[in-house]
Design a protein around this ligand. Structure first.
Ligand code: AGP
Length: 605
């Protein structure tokens, strides 16, 4: 997804902007550009392609101590040099970089064209450059010009603006797309993601929707859209630049899969109480009385976050005996949901910036819902807008495909289910059983990681299949969905997940030697039913890779993982499927960390 960086200070801006843009590459993009301001005016360079191509196009004498940069993920107009940001007004005075979508761009464009403005690009963003330039003619400050221009804009934006006639400042604004200010020594940074700032400063300020900021080398001021000054407290990011290194691994994805013994341990740290067999989750901001007042749980997230929410719903139903279900955030907010006071809403987001999930949080809050967030990125929009929640502490996830955040989210749900259960009917003995199971997870994940070579060989064996079916029953079904999601997003092999119980109701027709099945088969009360399903697939000459706790003659290949408590097994069963997808993608020569058409945080609709 698009990325923004900006700098104002004593140094040359271009190298800092290029470094920041490189740090944002993991989010996905198709073109990149930057603009710097000096006493002679604005200079820009924009290219379709990689940040490295942009760096090659920037001449040595590209001087200016104020600048803005951008990685673009095309929405309005194809990826091209011209459509890349920054966009300038026709006099070359104002330059703008923008994340988000201007919904009334067509109408604004028609009005501006009627006034004689000639557009260079097909983008919605260019309207902003012309509008701000128009306002700047009358305004006393760039901030005033931006504020007045935005008053007529409908849509979402995170923007950074520079003015050739005011070379010492940057104005930024946020409405639905993240903007973070980084505070340095006599210098200020801006980014849409802390990853781009972290090398220079860990002191940051997040803008809220409807807020603007003016930055100079000496500091910053923040305002509301109606020009009232706001007071912002900087906070210190606890991730450092080292967290963004690939740690010597060939891909971030493999690094992040391999980190899971540690990341799961971090999610658990300090949260298990061995005396009362409960979970300490102070961040929920709820006392026991309020916790008991909820009758059901609704879980909301997108993509893999939604699948981890399905594991969460199952855990809550089993341990807390409360009705719980998960739903894609993108669907939830548009179907006019009935928001009930006795429902606990739990939203999930690794990035904390996913637009659909954030919009669902806002809709829930408008309707009086009690909303928690299970979030990895500290200080992100969803973390700020929810009433409380659980931080994953998994460290930054760089690869587009989510792995360690998925398992940590499932672990966070196990803690939440334990918490909800122990203030209701869950017995101390069952609480103890779950606590002990949770403590075993990091060591068991280490054991699973030792199976990597076996899984790599299996991935090579199956990678040439035109498609794969993933099946699982009840606890195994969300695991199958996540396995299929990982495979399709990074290897581009078509993968479809079905409840094993549903095969006979349609998809069994697809089974043939050409369509292998990955079957998630835990040793639980549904084992026999699952083995019967494998028999049915075999009878149709389907090849089977079984992932479970034992081998079976019904399967062609088996990956056997350590057994934990039935409720916690889905967390462990996910990990072989991550390795399978990773090695299939490598075998097929895919761009593992930056799969085509995808972005790390989906900050637009
Ligand atoms: C996961 O592999 C995907 N890239 C994607 O489904 C992701 O989980 C989803 O976009 C939600 O992201 P979030 O957790 O940052 O909200």
């Amino acid at each position: 997804m698009c990325g923004i960086v900006a700098y104002v200070g004593p140094k040359d801006a271009a190298p800092i902007l290029l470094e920041g843009l490189q740090r944002l590459e993991y989010r996905g993009y198709d073109s990149a550009g930057l603009a710097v301001v000096n006493a002679k005016g604005l200079k820009t360079r924009k290219v379709k392609g990689r940040v490295a191509d942009l760096a090659a196009a920037v001449p040595a004498r590209f001087k200016g101590t104020v600048g803005i940069g951008h990685t673009r993920w095309a929405t309005h107009g194809a990826p091209s040099d011209v459509n890349a940001h920054p966009h300038l007004d026709h006099e070359g005075r104002i330059a703008v970089v923008h994340n988000g979508i201007i919904e009334n761009a067509d109408e604004l464009r028609r009005r501006l064209e009627a006034d004689g403005v000639v557009f260079q690009s097909e983008t919605d963003t260019e309207t902003l450059a012309h509008l701000i330039a128009l306002m700047a003619k009358e305004a006393e400050s760039l901030e005033e010009a931006v504020r007045k221009a935005l008053a007529g804009v409908v849509g979402t934006y995170g923007i950074a603006v520079v003015d050739a006639q005011r070379p010492g400042e940057i104005v930024v604004a946020r409405n639905g797309s993240p903007i973070v200010l980084g505070i340095g020594e006599k210098e200020m940074f801006v980014a849409s993601d802390v990853a781009a700032l972290i090398r220079y400063t860990r002191q940051v300020v997040h803008l809220e929707d409807g807020e603007l900021a003016v930055l100079t080398a000496d500091g910053f001021h923040t305002f509301t859209s109606d020009a009232r000054e706001t007071a912002k407290e900087p906070f210190t990011v606890d991730w450092d630049a080292g967290h963004y290194d690939n740690g010597g691994y060939e891909h971030y994805l493999l690094k992040e899969i391999s980190e899971q013994p540690d990341t799961v341990a971090r999610t658990l740290r300090g949260r298990i109480d061995d005396r009362f067999h409960i979970a300490h989750l102070g961040g929920l901001n709820m006392d026991a009385r309020e916790t008991r007042s909820f009758r059901r749980v609704k879980i909301i997230g997108c993509g893999s976050a939604y699948y981890s929410g399905q594991i969460g719903a199952q855990l809550i139903e089993e341990l807390a005996r409360m009705p719980a279900d998960a739903e894609p955030a993108s669907e939830f907010r548009y179907r006019g949901p009935v928001v009930e006071p006795d429902t606990l809403y739990v939203t999930i987001s690794q990035s904390g910036e996913t637009y659909d999930t954030l919009a669902a949080v806002q809709e829930l809050k408008r309707k009086g819902g009690r909303v928690l967030g299970i979030v990895n990125t500290v200080g992100s929009a969803i973390a700020r807008e929810t009433d409380g929640g659980i931080y994953l502490h998994a460290g930054p996830e760089v690869s587009v495909a989510s792995t360690k955040a998925f398992t940590s989210t499932a672990v966070a749900f196990a803690l939440l289910a334990l918490h909800l259960g122990r203030v209701r009917d869950l017995s101390p003995a069952d609480g103890r059983r779950v606590c002990e199971g949770l403590r075993r997870l990091p060591e068991q994940i280490k054991e699973i990681l030792t199976l990597e070579e076996q899984i790599r060989e299996l991935a090579i064996k199956y990678a040439d299949a035109p498609g794969m079916m993933f099946v699982g029953r009840v606890r195994g079904y969300p695991v199958a969905r996540e396995g299929a999601q990982k495979l399709k997003e990074i290897s581009y092999v078509h993968a479809e997940a079905y409840p094993a119980s549903e095969l006979k109701h349609g998809p069994l027709a697809l089974i043939s030697p050409e369509l292998p099945t990955v079957a998630v088969v835990p040793d639980d009360e549904l084992l026999d039913k699952n083995l019967t399903t494998l028999g049915e697939i075999r009878a149709r000459h389907g090849r089977i890779l079984m992932v479970g706790h034992r081998t079976s003659e019904a399967a062609d290949d088996c990956v056997v993982v350590p057994k934990n408590e039935n409720e916690l097994d889905p967390i462990l069963l996910t990990i072989p499927l991550q390795l399978f997808a990773y090695h299939a993608a490598v075998a097929l020569g895919r761009d593992v960390d930056k799969p085509r058409n995808l972005a790390k945080s989906v900050t637009v609709e």
